[in-house]
Design a protein around this ligand. Structure first.
Ligand SMILES: Cc1ncc(COP(=O)(O)O)c(C=O)c1O
Length: 375
């Protein structure tokens, strides 16, 4: 039987999502658990999106609009593009899968960085074609020059995640300007901006809307800033010929009807987005100040999470297990190639405070044990 499975699928390690609140509640007998593991929106769902979800519920015996016209028109208007430059799909991961199916064939290769979004790595590996990953530069930052140095005749797609998950770092306008000059027009540059809304205020951030070259595809999502992760809606911007061909391959009824309606409403809920950003800014300051006081090493982030660096994987696993047992789920980063790191999503103030108190208690306990063992 296994001879029927291609070797690159058999050896593929599937994407493992963060652990769920219900799983941890039942595992440790806890009544309250905070999930700071998957970079979701801690404010929940926009009230306008919730209303749209309820209103659409009575219509789901019908197929959704396969063109998702209302949503695509709203996105085109918001970002000043033509409708034929906009695609939507089942989460931005769904669109990544569509892009790989549409544009990548067996003779091609893909390039990205090490320590980037694992969802992309799994999808790329499932194509069974070469995937080259450039090491990061110091500070857990993409090394765009090293990535450009890997381009060959076979290169078809370069995937760049900005801000990067799981490090939270960005590459700057200057770095991207120098990079793009080295990329031939026949190579697609896939800019994953899932955390765009959080990074946008930074003047050094190269918002891909200023780089609408024919070979650049932008990918964004309603899962983070807009709080619709469970509904699976992503969107992309590209040259109209890319979009035309992508639409041939995409599953026709994605996103589903409720997802389309909720995303449209969420896009209009600017108050919810502003509250999300304000909560994130305050949580980031709270976390990073506290981490500094605790003597923890953290990487400056432009997204809705912060990455901590410890001196070993053992220590990361011990910290995350302690947090889990006390009701806070975080994300150890071994599967991202960073076994010494732990990613913590920014939550609501009381969730962040609980997390910091637990880290403090853990570090005190660890110190006590180390001193005791040393005696
Ligand atoms: C960088 C990045 N891209 C894409 C995704 C997937 O987003 P979606 O929920 O739209 O599939 C995530 C989710 O964590 C992400 O971190």
């Amino acid at each position: 039987m296994s001879s029927l499975v291609p070797h690159y699928i058999e050896s593929l390690v599937p994407y493992k999502a963060g652990r769920s609140i219900d799983e941890i509640k039942s595992l440790y007998g806890l009544s309250e658990v905070y999930k700071l593991a998957s970079n979701e929106n801690p404010l929940g769902v926009s009230p306008l999106a919730q209303q749209a979800i309820l209103e659409t519920a009575s219509k789901v015996h019908l197929y959704p609009d396969p063109q998702a016209l209302k949503l695509r028109e709203a996105l085109a208007a918001r970002f000043k593009l033509n409708l034929n430059n906009v695609a939507v799909g089942g989460g931005s991961e769904g669109i990544i899968a569509d892009i790989l199916r549409t544009f990548v064939s067996d003779a091609d290769e893909i390039i990205t960085s090490e320590n980037t979004f694992i969802g992309f790595i799994v999808l790329a590996k499932s194509k069974g074609i070469p995937l080259k990953q450039a090491p990061m530069q110091s500070g857990y930052r993409f090394d765009l020059q090293a990535i450009a140095g890997l381009i060959t005749e076979r290169t078809k797609v370069i995937y760049l995640c900005n801000p990067n998950n799981p490090t939270g770092t960005i590459f700057t306008k200057r770095e991207f300007d120098l990079f793009i000059k080295r990329v031939p027009e026949r190579v697609i540059v896939l800019l994953d901006e899932a955390y765009f809304e959080f990074a946008e205020p930074n003047l050094d951030y190269p918002d891909s809307m200023s780089y609408r070259y024919d070979n650049v595809i932008t990918l964004r999502t309603f899962s983070k800033g807009y709080g619709l992760a469970g509904l699976r809606v992503g969107y992309g911007f590209a040259h109209h010929q890319f979009i035309e061909n992508l639409l041939k391959v995409k599953l026709p009824f994605e996103p589903n009807m409720i997802a389309q309606a909720a995303a449209l409403a969420a896009l209009g809920d600017t108050a919810f987005l502003s509250r999300t950003m304000a909560n994130n800014r305050a949580g980031y300051t709270f976390f990073t100040d506290a981490f500094t006081l605790l003597g923890l090493r953290w990487t400056a982030s432009h997204a809705n999470f912060v990455m901590l660096e410890f001196d070993s994987e053992t220590r990361v696993l011990a910290v995350s297990e302690y947090l889990l047992q006390h009701g806070v789920i975080t994300r150890p980063l071994t599967s991202f190639g960073l076994p010494q790191c732990l990613r913590i999503s920014i939550g609501l103030p009381h969730e962040n405070e609980t997390c910091v108190s637990l880290l403090k208690a853990y570090l005190a306990e660890e110190k006590f044990i180390t001193q005791y063992v040393a005696l």
